[in-house]
Write a protein that binds this ligand. Sequence first.
Ligand SMILES: NC(=O)c1ccc[n+]([C@@H]2O[C@H](COP(=O)([O-])OP(=O)(O)OC[C@H]3O[C@@H](n4cnc5c(N)ncnc54)[C@H](O)[C@@H]3O)[C@@H](O)[C@H]2O)c1
Length: 369
Amino acid sequence: MIVGVPREVKEEESRVALTPSGVGAFVAHGHRVLVEYGAGAASSLPDRLYRDAGATLVDAPSLWRDADLILKVKEPLPSEYALLRPDVVLFTYLHLAANPELARTLQERGVSALAYETLQLDDGSLPLLAPMSEVAGRLAVQVGAWCLQAQNGGRGVLLSGASGVRPAKVVILGAGIAGTNACQVAVGTGAHVSILDIDPAKLRYVHDILGGHVTTVMSNRANIEEEVMAADLVVGAVLIPGALAPRLLPRTLVKAMLPGAAFVDLAIDQGGCAETSRPTTHARPIYVAEHVVHYCVTNMPGIVPHTSTYALTNATLSYALEIADLGLGEAMRRRAALRRACNVLGGRITHPAVAAAVGVEATDPETLL
Ligand SMILES: NC(=O)c1ccc[n+]([C@@H]2O[C@H](COP(=O)([O-])OP(=O)(O)OC[C@H]3O[C@@H](n4cnc5c(N)ncnc54)[C@H](O)[C@@H]3O)[C@@H](O)[C@H]2O)c1
């Protein structure tokens, strides 16, 4: 197969869908890899590394014309629609339920589109979303420490404290993938860390791995209030799958927080878990509301594209290789996870949630193989 890796054109997107070692894996399996000039530059992966790994560097029109399988990070933008060829296989983050126009375009152009975010294992887990939650969780403490600096409006508290000076109090809401990763980094700084969840099994897991270094607290209104009002840094990492984030911090609670405290709301991509949250960008990541410094960037992994590119491609590579080795039809017949990843096939919408958003009946992909 000919595999194509375009440069991402979406604003603030610096990741690339394949690393040079990923190129090497495709080449070792007998495939040809086309990489667009400069595709990895923003992830500190220069063209030279791709060429050394066996890729052919090409411009965008040649890549979209010749590749059978296109690996991307973000959905195609309108400027790329004209490049979509019938029968090309597109494997990327798509989020089609929120973008019916793109869903219809993929249908009309006969693209076979598989979405990272709907690739689901039999146990319900989403292995191509998890790496970005891991990166965002770890990053939350780093950006939270920055928000606490005085020049950003923060209360001027160092997470670790100093000899004879108390460390900061960090409160993490949600002990899932992002929350647990934030917790590990926060504990590593020497901060005093509490983590809350409604699921006792999640709290037990954190307690088991971090023991006495962290306080686990059942999430309910009274406990949230007590923890948040005493916090220097609050990280919002809650998720109710398929729903808007629960509003755990009403404006009155934000008002009652310490002046200059920091709040990093990872759940902003699901609407945010505070009444005062609104989406921000990497260009202007913070604002102050009710004397609390808010950081609500919706694509946090974008500021560490080198690490994020490796984390993402580590997770996607085995699926992409399987598609290239077996062909899409056989790979989907063998792997239920790939059938769930499939959103559009043969001009039909195959994913139930996407079909509902577009207002059509979903077609079972197995009937199209
Ligand atoms: N901003 C970004 O760049 C970025 C990047 C990656 C992930 N995220 C977001 O981070 C959030 C967390 O993702 P995840 O992968 O860790 O999800 P996850 O499902 O692994 O964890 C979510 C946790 O929230 C808990 N929870 C639900 N309601 C709660 C409540 N009322 N109180 C306390 N805990 C509660 C759940 O029990 C679960 O343990 C999601 O909203 C995700 O979209 C944001």
